[in-house]
Design a protein. Structure first.
Length: 358
């Protein structure tokens, strides 16, 4: 088996197990590319991404461009002469000049879903939101269309009945590390087989916005529990009590008919807090006030017994929902502007190659 020189593209914690696995393997990681330092944590201090930190500790040359397609980054990548690029949750669009830069002419990506299901930035929450019983990792070739490239291999796993997004992400991160290692070995040994996706079966899993975290108590309890699981541990599903946000981080369903209006709280026969929904009761088991720490609901009620006789949701939630939608629309407009800028740059580049500037 020949040893491939690898360029690794990744940013968050979910990508670290794959980078660590590759660093222990036979194929040298000659350069890592990650997002620039960002303000993180409660102190909002600028700090490197988990992938950047891991690469530094391992002594791997590190690039942190604002845009991976900028000339300086492309030139630096070319100097490291990778044979293959590996991508795990990088977080930037990869232009053609980057996708085709390695000697083999492509990059591979470990996507946390069973493609073509859940293409996009949030496949793990969407798998839970949709009530999927199974998830997994698909190793695919990176192409211009998001998560649409041919697939080299798939690794599957079940989703636990009470499993939240944080727990599933940890398991899929480990699965991705194994899947990428196997795929890179197969590519090095010229035994990889690429299978085209069935694009007619594709579903999308776009980035979750603030509005997606807001609880609508008129929905049924089962779908609301899936929402809680999909958003835990962060940012958490959000409701409002007396103008203050309350995050619900874990919950279960009580299927008994709800006699109270949606959003009304009370104690059940077992003493547990429950909230009326459009169908059944939601039983919060772990909650968090803004600025507070997560608590088991029983402990929370000892300090805030008023939660056991309250109306959740209301005007504050509607105002927050409207504000979140406005923020989301602004973000979409910014993204559209960035895409237009990229398209304009691409056309200018093509014009320059043809001896003219458009």
């Amino acid at each position: 088996m020949r040893h491939l020189r690898l360029a690794f593209f990744g940013t968050p914690e979910i990508a670290v197990p794959t980078l660590a696995r590759l660093l222990r393997g036979p194929h040298p990681v000659v350069v890592a590319v990650s997002q620039p330092d960002r303000k993180r944590g409660r102190g909002r201090r600028s700090s490197p991404s988990p992938v950047a930190r891991t690469a530094r500790e391992a002594g791997v040359p590190l690039l942190r461009p604002e845009r991976v397609g900028e000339a300086a980054c492309v030139d630096a990548l070319r100097e490291h002469a990778p044979d293959l690029g590996v991508v795990v949750a990088f977080g930037q669009f990869l232009p053609r000049k980057v996708r085709e830069l390695p000697a083999l002419g492509y990059l591979v990506n470990a996507h946390a879903s069973l493609l073509p299901r859940h293409r996009g930035a949030a496949p793990i929450p969407y798998a839970i939101l949709c009530g999927d019983e199974r998830s997994g990792v698909s190793v695919m070739r990176v192409e211009r269309e998001m998560d649409a490239g041919p697939v080299a291999l798939v690794r599957e796993t079940g989703i636990g009945e009470d499993e939240d997004a944080g727990s599933l992400a940890q398991r899929l991160a480990a699965l991705a590390a194994d899947a990428i290692a196997d795929a890179v070995d197969a590519i090095a040994e010229d035994r990889v087989t690429w299978t085209e996706q069935d694009h007619a079966r594709a579903t999308l899993a776009p980035k979750l916005e603030k509005a997606d975290a807001l609880i609508d108590w008129k929905r049924d309890a089962r779908s609301l529990v899936r929402q809680v699981r999909a958003l835990a541990p962060s940012p958490g599903a959000v409701t409002w009590q007396d103008g203050e946000p309350l995050r619900i981080l874990a919950a279960r369903v009580d299927p008994a008919p709800a006699s109270d209006p949606p959003g009304r709280t009370c104690r059940g026969a077992d003493g547990a807090l429950r909230v009326a929904t459009g169908e059944g009761w939601l039983v919060p088991t772990r909650v968090q006030r803004a600025g507070g720490r997560p608590l088991e609901t029983a402990a929370f009620l000892r300090g805030r017994p008023d939660l056991a006789d309250a109306q959740l949701g209301g005007e504050a939630a509607r105002n927050e929902d409207a504000g979140a939608r406005n923020e989301d629309e602004g973000a979409r407009n910014e993204d559209e502007g960035a895409r237009n800028e990229d398209e304009g740059a691409r056309k200018r580049g093509e014009g320059a190659r043809n001896g003219r500037i458009p």
